[in-house]
Design a protein around this ligand. Sequence first.
Ligand code: NAD
Length: 497
Amino acid sequence: MTEMPDGRLFIGGEWEWGSGAEITSIYPADGSVNLVLKGASRADGERAIASAITAQADPAWRGLKSHERARILHRIAGGIEANAARIAHIQTRDTGKTLRETGALAASAAGTFRYVAAALETLDDALTSQRGDYLTMSVHDPIGLVAAITPWNSPIASDAQKVAPALAAGNAVLLKPASWSPLVALELARIIEEAGLPKGLFSVLPGAGREIGNLLVEHPAIGKVSFTGGTETGRMLARQAAEKLMPVSLELGGKSPTIVFEDADTDLAIAGILYGVFSSTGQSCIAGARLFVQQSIYDSFVARLVTATRALRLGDPFDPETQVAPMVHPDHRASVAAMVDRAVAEGARVLCGGAAPTGGLFDKGAYYLPTILAGVTNAASICRDEVFGPVLAVLPFRDEADVIAQGNDNAYGLAAGIWTRNFPKAWRVARALQTGTVWINTYKQFSASTPFGGEKDAGLGREKGREGIRAYMAQKSLYVDLTGKPHPWARWPQGGA
Ligand code: NAD
């Protein structure tokens, strides 16, 4: 049995008991308590910020050459790999996600640190084209202090996605994980400490968004906030950031369309759609939650999809056969159930699911059946609002133009999926959809080298890729005189003492 962290927070390089409000981490498969810890208070946060200011001013990190910083990032990756089983176990207990998935998230986090380390070593500053008797260069400095605020749904992976590039750029980082999943970020702190990152550069501050999150956004010493979470929280945070004229990157919600054309390989499509919306029990920003099926194949395709959905295996997150695990928290399940009930009250037909399963372990855990709803239009609330649970709305469409219009008719623009054997058509539709990512004949694949982010209400900015490191740097232009002569405009008598 893997031991849980002891509940101390990592504040300015010291392991200390928090002095903020109590946080209870539960195992949502049976409601048992993993750990009760005290979160970070404002005073804890202010101490972490003070340590970060001192540590970041010291050239021990910001003054290192890129390849030297990369060495530490590789060590962090190695630490994650060496502790992957423990990290996966803790995260499964903390979030209820299957062990298979949390293992993949740990591997992805290690991969992010390795990719960022490699990319950092090869990020060149630029000599810009010369337009006068001076040399011009574009170079990059650290921003200083970066706050990373993350949600509960994929903690180790979303933490790494921010912490790796922000440290790589030479910054100090203050990480605030969500209160439903505080544990794995503390494991990451232990690994980062053991990898030899200079003290004070990294802190982990679990705690309430309104208290510790607010402090991080408003504090004058914080130079950038990188946020992943809900759209309304992101909007509020962007307003606060505007007061300080501080850059923010926002990875927010989604209501992603997936599109099946009549010429699609339907086996491929069904597998992709099931994975896209029901893996992670639908608690995924990029969940393909609106499915558009071309009219000519609608009935047969939806019938097969429903059969395949009913065959999904719900169960114990530690069982390797489990596909659909519990939701993160009973409160979240209640909000998902309420959204399904509202859809039904508004006229949706339940093709499968639509309730919590009962009997055995289901009576204790925060489970909800994979649910498919039909009989709604794209204007229905279930097609507008993010559910963040295992709920799929299916709708028919006529032709390419119709599905592009319906796909884009939504406040979000995070991702989309297209299934067709006709590549030129896939290309046209992919280019016409106003989303940050489009998958063609696949879904929910990720790569550390490929930028990720949203359009419209789904966010601002991109993470990942080489530019994902630049996002944590301040660009600076340097002009160097090549003449050795005073500027002619000045015209004062020269050569005197
Ligand atoms: P949330 O917005 O409630 O919380 C996210 C984080 O923000 C948490 O750490 C929370 O404590 C903090 N927070 C809350 N109020 C704050 C405030 N006033 N100031 C500063 N910080 C504050 O979101 P959640 O419920 O944890 O996560 C689910 C949401 O995250 C969904 O909408 C989902 O789509 C989104 N998400 C987006 C992506 C993406 O990459 N686009 C990835 C995962 C999740």
